[in-house]
Write a protein that binds this ligand. Structure first.
Ligand SMILES: CC(C)(COP(=O)(O)OP(=O)(O)OC[C@H]1O[C@@H](n2cnc3c(N)ncnc32)[C@H](O)[C@@H]1OP(=O)(O)O)[C@@H](O)C(=O)NCCC(=O)NCCS
Length: 341
């Protein structure tokens, strides 16, 4: 059994029955659970930490200047085991190990990563994998869609290995930024590369308060992440777009999509605002893992709840263009931004 599988098993035995808390990377646990779980998981994570610290760095973290990364968006439902592991590794890098945020196909660490840091990262990956597995196993009635962005690579036939997923010539999947790929004159083949972006949308009980229908679970967007070297290529926008499309496919009853973002994550707040999300309320009781010290801690953070109404999008479904926010929304949003700067 791999280290992270063991860690996940222990984690699941301890808190699996409580998986309804939505133990995503940025969600909260009770204090007792955290203390007990961390002690036990730390030992289980050792096995993976060893594996991690042995792993070479196979990333592509060089900033690409102005060139854009060619990619596709895949909607993978609840995902399979392999996909979940890759997604967890990528999310942990983006949120907790940004300097190492490279390609997502391997545990993220370099030879210079101290063992304690590897342990923390291994624990966080295990927690994330456990959360995703638990939701797969026990929340079958809730709708969930995992959306991934995958790099498109172009390789000569001689470099195509058995495990490569080659894009067929009849494959109509849209490649974004395809102009960055050379013409296939020299017989090069396009293959699906690593996971470079991720976002998920799921039905959750997330109350918005007065003026909203809080009776039923609503679509909740979470864990939006793009590896550092692939940003500014439109991946984040396409991931959010795909989440919104997924919600429209689920059911006609959903009228908005909700999310939470930390109050000090100014660039993400701006990103969401530009895509039509509006501020609803602040919650100062949220928690976030703090990986800055030797011990993994949980700190309180304030998160902003934001929503995007889907009526316009639903009406105009099929059009490429996103609806611009109304004048009222823009005024409200600009007030909100001034407040947080
Ligand atoms: C927020 C995040 C997902 C955005 O991802 P991204 O792939 O860079 O997003 P996009 O490329 O779609 O858009 C980013 C900006 O680049 C611009 N852009 C998009 N494509 C571009 C291109 N080809 N050339 C230049 N700029 C481009 C966009 O206009 C956008 O700017 P704007 O927000 O001012 O409109 C990413 O920065 C990230 O992972 N951050 C860390 C994790 C995080 O904070 N997540 C949010 C949790 S709530």
């Amino acid at each position: 059994m791999k280290g992270h599988s063991l860690a996940t098993l222990i984690w699941f035995l301890l808190v699996g029955a409580d998986g309804g808390r939505g133990a995503s990377l940025v969600a909260a646990f009770t204090n007792d659970q955290v203390i007990v779980r961390e002690v036990i998981i730390a030992s289980a994570a050792v096995a993976q930490a060893v594996e991690v610290s042995m792993a070479g760095r196979n990333d592509d973290s060089t900033k690409r200047g102005q060139s854009k990364v060619p990619f596709i968006i895949q909607r993978i439902g609840r995902g399979d085991e392999e996909q979940i592991e890759k997604i967890a590794a990528m999310c942990v890098d983006v949120f907790f190990n940004p300097s190492m945020s490279g390609e997502a196909s391997r545990p993220s660490a370099s030879k210079n990563t101290p063992a304690w840091r590897s342990l923390q990262l291994a624990y966080l990956r295990s927690a994330q994998i456990g959360d995703m597995r638990a939701r797969r196993a026990f929340k079958k009635k809730s709708k969930v869609d995992l959306i991934v962005a995958r790099r498109i690579e172009q390789r000569p036939p001689a470099e195509i290995e058995d495990h490569c997923e080659v894009m067929g010539t009849n494959n109509m999947t849209e490649i974004y930024n395809s102009e960055e790929l050379s013409t296939a004159e020299n017989g090069e083949v396009r293959v699906l590369g690593s996971f470079i972006g991720y976002c998920e949308v799921s039905e959750r009980k997330f109350g918005l308060g007065k003026g909203y229908n809080d009776t039923n679970a609503r679509p909740y967007l979470s864990n939006l992440s793009v590896i550092e070297s692939a940003r500014q290529s439109g991946i984040g926008s396409r991931l959010v777009d795909a989440c919104e499309e997924a919600v429209l496919d689920w059911d006609a009853k959903h009228t908005e999509i909700a999310l939470q973002v930390e109050e000090d994550n100014k660039s993400a707040i701006q990103f969401y605002k530009k895509r039509g999300y509006e501020y609803v309320f602040s919650d100062p009781t949220c928690k976030r893992y703090d990986t800055s010290g030797f011990f993994l801690k949980e700190n309180k953070v304030t998160k902003f709840a934001m929503i995007k109404r889907l009526e316009n999008r639903r009406e105009r479904r099929g059009e490429v263009r996103d609806d611009p926010p109304s004048l009222v929304d823009r005024l409200r949003n600009s007030f909100f931004v001034q407040k947080t700067d």
